[in-house]
Write a new protein. Structure first.
Length: 266
């Protein structure tokens, strides 16, 4: 894998990630999918580097919920920190060098998501604050608790609800606590996200191997029905005891952006 679960010194971690991303960008590919992913990766890195020029490191944070999109964003952020020479020996030794993240817990979180977020904090030496309330209220509290934050990276993509008209940099809408949203992966497709994660061998939340394609809470998220394994006669495989794990294909086998949320109730 790209990173070992055990923590490694932050500068080495970022250097290793940067080396892997740089090697990917140098690869010669005939596949249109990989060529366009290389182009998207360059754009996203440019946006993150631009953010690091507009804002000081302590003013930046990342909205991280353990999902695939903000995972890609996190990897690119750490890569950009290496490019910009912003990788202190121990980021958590000083509030000014901490890699700030904010996680809003769902009312009924999956244990697998909680575990993956906790593992990410260790692996990537993140400084993560967690809130268990609706998003607007959570970000209001976050800005009160960490008033130095001026801009937050968000892993929203074009095909997400509300993603259609977003730019790389957008102030929050009226009614939201005021800060800049930064959307470096806004133009990535669902397939790009999985191609990147698998091509670079980035560890991800294991729910995705059980057919979940979009992660919410246990009360509103199911494996994606499009990924249900079929019998040779075309009927869906089911078990009497409701254990469906083995009966869904992994998330990375889905292709269509608009089918991603078919495992969600709302
Ligand atoms: P997902 O793919 O689940 O999420 C997209 C990205 O949002 C993730 O990659 C991650 O970066 C972030 N995110 C999602 N859920 C969480 C969570 N529980 N904890 C931490 N990060 C999370 N909506 C508006 O209408 N106007 C706004 O001004 C506005 N500002 C926002 C600012 C921030 C920092 C965030 C995170 C959200 C904001 N939203 C705003 C809400 C946003 O439009 C989405 O509704 C929300 O991110 C949920 O995304 P999703 O579940 O549709 O997609
Ligand atoms: Mg998403
Ligand atoms: Mg979500």
């Amino acid at each position: 894998p790209l990173v070992a679960p055990a923590p490694q010194p932050f500068p080495e971690l970022c250097a290793r990630i940067h080396a892997r991303v740089a090697a990917f960008l140098d690869e010669q590919h005939d596949s249109e999918r990989l060529k366009s992913l290389q182009a998207q990766t360059r754009i996203s890195l440019d946006i993150i580097c631009e953010a690091l020029e507009k804002y000081r490191l302590p003013e930046l944070s990342l909205a991280y919920n353990g999902g695939k999109d903000c995972l890609v964003l996190l990897i690119l952020y750490l890569c950009a920190l290496h490019i910009k020479g912003l990788t202190p020996a121990d980021p958590n030794a000083d509030p000014d060098t901490a890699i700030k993240c904010v996680y809003i817990q769902a009312p009924h979180p999956f244990q697998e998501v909680e575990d993956f977020v906790a593992a990410s904090v260790k692996t990537y030496s993140l400084h993560l604050l967690e809130y268990a309330k609706p998003m607007k209220a959570a970000f209001t509290d976050y800005l009160r608790d960490v008033p130095v934050v001026k801009a937050i990276f968000v892993g929203t993509r074009r095909t997400d609800p509300h993603g259609e008209h977003l730019k790389h940099f957008d102030p929050t809408d009226s009614g939201w606590p005021p800060f800049m949203r930064i959307h470096p992966v806004i133009d990535w497709h669902y397939v790009d996200i999985w191609t990147f994660i698998r091509h670079l061998n980035i560890p991800y939340c294991k729910l995705y191997d059980c057919g979940y394609t979009s992660l919410g809470g246990t009360d509103d998220t199911h494996p994606n029905p499009v990924l249900a394994k079929k019998n040779s006669n075309g009927s869906v495989l089911t078990t009497p005891n409701g254990t469906k794990t083995a009966y869904f294909r992994p998330a990375y086998e889905l292709v269509d952006d608009y089918e991603e949320r078919l495992g969600r109730d709302r």
